[in-house]
Design a protein around this ligand. Structure first.
Ligand code: SF4
Length: 230
């Protein structure tokens, strides 16, 4: 009874809007996934339990923000990057410790993943690097929280301008494909890459070849296929 209402509340939050700019979290992601997001291609919906897990992660973020304010080191929280054409995003916080500013990015995870974490995750580093780039700050902190046991690990990251340039060039190249309706090739190690296991577009990706293809032709194929299965 109540459970169904709560599940529905979460499921109703899922919006499949066409994306018009890159999110910072798209950095380093499979180009084909990001392409499909821009085109609002059919995707597998997340179930209510996963959405509740995300919500719990948000709660942990707010808890840390509260502590930053009380420690008086949170210069500002949930800070949008300066407006520009290609990418949008919002850093968790900018903090000042011993007169030095840091961009803070908070990630929460279960105990098993946390236990095995000996270095920052690559995709998290990419995201943080772009925040450093757009805020013109030289250092960042990747702050990992174990959701189950409340343990914490942190990694200090130095700004890497070459890496940021590469990430931004990748975005520009992908934008050209999006504008000219060319679906990018799959990841080189598709379908074994970990991203393929969690990919909401896995079903339609499996329908295409691994190489670049025309979006307009592929869209027709998806529509024909979904017509058959109804
Ligand atoms: S299944 Fe893998 S290669 Fe295909 S879109 Fe998803 S992440 Fe990319």
């Amino acid at each position: 009874m109540l459970r169904e209402l709560i599940d529905k509340f979460y499921l109703d939050q899922q919006k499949n809007k066409e994306q018009t700019r890159f999110y910072i979290s798209d950095a380093g992601k499979c180009s084909r996934t990001v392409f499909f997001k821009f085109k609002n291609a059919p995707r597998e919906k997340l179930d209510a339990r996963i959405l509740r897990i995300f919500d719990h992660g948000e709660y942990l973020h707010r808890n840390i923000f509260n502590i930053l304010y009380r420690l008086r080191i949170g210069v500002t929280t949930e800070v949008p990057i300066p407006a520009q054409e290609i990418v949008s995003g919002r850093a968790d916080a900018i903090v000042c410790i011993d007169n030095e500013n840091y961009v803070l990015d908070i990630k929460s995870m279960n105990s098993m993943i946390f236990r095995n974490l000996t270095a920052p995750k690559e995709e998290n580093v990419y995201q943080l690097q772009l925040y450093l780039h757009y805020f013109n700050i030289k250092k960042g902190i990747l702050f990992y929280i174990d959701k189950d046991r409340q343990n914490i690990k942190e990694f200090i990251i130095d700004y890497d301008p070459d890496l940021c340039q590469r990430l931004l060039n990748d975005f520009k190249e992908l934008k050209e494909k999006i504008d000219s309706d060319i679906v990018p090739q799959t990841l080189l190690d598709y379908p074994d890459n970990w991203q393929c296991s969690y990919c909401p577009f896995r079903v339609i990706c499996d329908m295409a070849s691994r190489e670049e293809i025309s979006w307009l032709e592929f869209k027709k194929k998806i529509q024909e296929q979904s017509g058959k299965s109804q």
